[in-house]
Ligand binder design. Structure first.
Ligand code: FAD
Length: 368
């Protein structure tokens, strides 16, 4: 057999990236001149985009980084989700959201935010996960890692943190929760046909998933610690679910929790005592929470009980001068207090403060 030989590289630009063994120290990242910005926004959700647009309107140089794609959280919502909000209340940057029906779909929202981003030429680097923010007001250093593990280093005068809450799911805290059949995000019903599925939760996500699963051939048991389906469930979803429960098409356990999860069964803690049921999949749709550790790592002070970042309610500047908080993270663990409808205004609030603090460069051509 011929010995394996390395073929000579024809084109230097096609050379494979340098292999960096994990045991050796990495090269120190160095700020590239292009990576200087006036404002760096962490998170390209609806709020982060609104903040970037309003800061850009001041003539500031703005960069948005997101660990995923543009509006990553919305992208990860159930495939066929319809918003409870009418389109005009999801608008950012004063761009109309034209939509055929009364409530936009996830797909329409994805298209809308993409078009708004294009319209304003928002500078966004996707798939860059911000790991650290150091420095001080006027000269922060932001370090992000991309999908290949490469480190990117940025310098910025101000930082806006709008990292949302959808990356971290609330846990059931029940034995067996780590089994692969336990899921915290719902996308589509098709993999669960002819399966015994437990849906935990009593709000919109759980209600809609339970109905969708049942409509596509799953045997659904809803488990909710409350007495009833939450009154906040979409007005067109709630009666539908209540009727399915009344007709015994979906089994519901109220004032109940999941006690233990096994490979093919689940034990529920119900008012009538422990109840064991057959089970193939569990959807624990009991909410999500901001990444408190990340926020704390930036030096942000969080309130004791609800983990709300301490900030000026007018300007949204946090206890760290030059770092602003925006969007749902402002509400800490009370994630239902701030959503797109009201969080989108944080951009204008922060921009009003930036106008005073930074001398906007009116000639945008110098910035691009
Ligand atoms: C199923 C569902 C339906 C909903 N329906 C509605 C509705 O009808 N109306 C409404 O107003 N609200 C609705 N909401 C709530 C709404 O989607 C959120 O409140 C909103 O997305 C919050 O916006 P945000 O910009 O603050 O955060 P997000 O949209 O969560 O954006 C945060 C972004 O930050 C990125 N990120 C996080 N950490 C980092 C990091 N370290 N580095 C870089 N990037 C990072 C994430 O990838 C993400 O893209 C719904 C929520 C869910 C789950």
């Amino acid at each position: 057999m011929l010995p394996l030989m390395k073929a000579p590289l024809q084109d230097a630009s096609l050379a494979a990236p340098e292999y960096v063994p994990a045991t050796l120290p990495r090269k120190q990242p160095r700020a590239h001149p292009d990576s200087w910005t006036d404002v760096l926004v962490i998170g390209a959700g609806p709020t982060g985009l609104a903040c970037a647009i309003e800061a850009q309107k001041l003539g500031l140089k703005v960069l948005v980084l997101d660990k995923g794609c543009l509006v990553n959280a919305v992208y990860n919502y159930p495939t066929n989700m319809t918003f409870f909000t009418t389109p005009e209340l999801l608008e950012i940057g004063d761009i109309p959201f034209a939509c055929a029906s009364q409530k936009p779909t996830r797909q329409e929202a994805l298209e809308y935010y993409r078009r708004v981003t294009e319209h304003y030429h928002v500078h966004i680097s996707q798939y860059q996960w911000v790991k650290t923010v150091t420095g001080q007001d006027g000269d922060f250093r932001v370090t992000a890692t991309d999908r290949s593990g490469k480190i990117h280093d940025y310098r910025t005068k101000k930082v806006i943190v709008s990292t949302g809450y959808y990356d971290l799911a609330n846990k059931l805290e029940a034995p067996g929760e780590d089994l692969p059949k336990v899921l915290h995000y719902y996308k589509e019903p098709y993999p669960y046909y002819d399966s015994d599925v437990v849906v935990v939760g009593g709000k919109n996500s759980a209600a809609e998933a339970a109905l969708d699963l049942w409509r596509h051939g799953a045997r659904v048991t809803l488990v909710h610690r409350g007495e009833n389906i939450s009154p906040g469930v979409k007005y067109w979803v709630r009666p539908d679910l209540e009727n399915r429960i009344k007709n015994s098409e979906i089994t519901a356990f109220f004032k109940s929790t999941v006690q233990e999860i096994g490979v093919d069964q689940v034990v529920l803690k119900t008012p009538k005592g422990p109840t064991r049921i057959a089970n193939d999949f569990v959807f624990a749709l009991i909410g999500y929470h901001p990444d408190y550790d990340f926020l704390s790592s930036l030096g942000l002070e969080l309130s004791d009980e609800q983990h709300r970042p301490v900030c000026d309610p007018e300007t949204l500047e946090s206890n760290v001068p030059g770092i602003y908080v925006a969007g749902v993270i402002v509400a800490g663990s009370r994630t239902s207090e701030i959503f797109i409808e009201n969080g989108r205004f944080h951009g204008k609030q922060i921009a009003a403060h930036l106008r005073q603090k930074l001398k906007p460069n009116r000639d945008r051509s110098e910035l691009e």
